[in-house]
Design a protein around this ligand. Structure first.
Ligand SMILES: NC(=O)c1ccc[n+]([C@@H]2O[C@H](COP(=O)([O-])OP(=O)(O)OC[C@H]3O[C@@H](n4cnc5c(N)ncnc54)[C@H](OP(=O)(O)O)[C@@H]3O)[C@@H](O)[C@H]2O)c1
Length: 211
């Protein structure tokens, strides 16, 4: 199947490599088209660089918006008309970094990013918050773990989106575990109790029930 990845930076490039190694066909786009072209060339035949963000969605079953939270709404507005028939996967954390390198949260304490992103999407779009639950290095090293696969948590309100993201998570070399609805996405973010964990399915399920 085909997945569009918009944003080919720190996390988008790792997601792209892992999905491609699991057999997914990719359409890549970034602010600077050269970055998407370079990554597509590195991945090889299964990836192409799109002309722009809208073009990336052509023929795609799913789209991963691997973007900083501050640009996410603008890109959603740009591509909104093409999202209704696709799975939308958002790995973004609601963080910003100032000129001194200090990181701060962009949303009020307790407000999960997924509920904000859901409000930016057109009605009926199948959203999952996923693929941002580990730092890029950990995501790469924990994929295709043996003998027991590592878990990638996700949150969604939509059963069909859940099935679709589970296929993508397995393609990337992880075992999917649903944390709950979109309102639970705060648990997956930086600072959440399930962020940056490398655990197997049994431990993952006990953690979900445990808080
Ligand atoms: N990096 C991680 O370890 C990690 C792990 C988990 C979650 N996350 C989350 O994932 C999100 C992305 O993080 P990142 O580290 O990958 O950021 P990043 O390295 O800055 O990459 C952001 C990407 O977005 C692209 N971009 C910016 N504006 C765009 C636009 N208008 N249209 C299309 N593409 C655009 C950039 O393109 P250009 O390169 O061409 O400028 C770049 O490829 C953040 O919310 C972060 O919290 C990151």
């Amino acid at each position: 199947m085909t997945t569009a990845i918009i944003g080919t930076g720190g996390i988008g490039s790792v997601i792209a490599r892992q999905l491609a190694s699991g057999g997914e066909t990719l359409r890549l786009s970034s602010a600077d088209n050269q970055a998407a072209r370079t990554l597509a060339a590195e991945i090889g035949r299964s990836a192409v660089a799109a002309v722009d963000n809208r073009d990336a969605l052509q023929g795609a079953d799913a789209v991963v918006l691997a973007l900083r939270f501050t640009v996410l709404k603008g890109v959603i507005d740009e591509i909104a008309g093409s999202l209704t028939d696709k799975l939308v996967v958002v790995p973004s954390n609601p963080l910003t970094t100032d000129a001194q390198g200090s990181v701060s949260r962009l949303l009020p304490k307790g407000q999960p990013s997924g509920t904000v992103v859901a409000g930016w999407l057109p009605p009926g779009v199948r959203l999952t918050m996923a693929f941002g639950t580990m730092s890029a290095g950990l995501f790469e090293s924990a994929s295709n773990r043996l003998p027991e696969p590592a878990v990638l948590f996700y949150a969604t309100d939509d059963d069909r989106a859940g099935e679709e993201v589970e296929r993508l998570i397995r393609t990337a070399g992880f075992e999917p575990v649903k944390v709950g609805g979109i309102e639970q996405s705060g648990r997956l973010e930086v600072g959440g109790d399930l962020h940056d964990l490398v655990v197997g399915p049994a431990k993952a399920r006990s953690l979900i029930g445990g808080s």
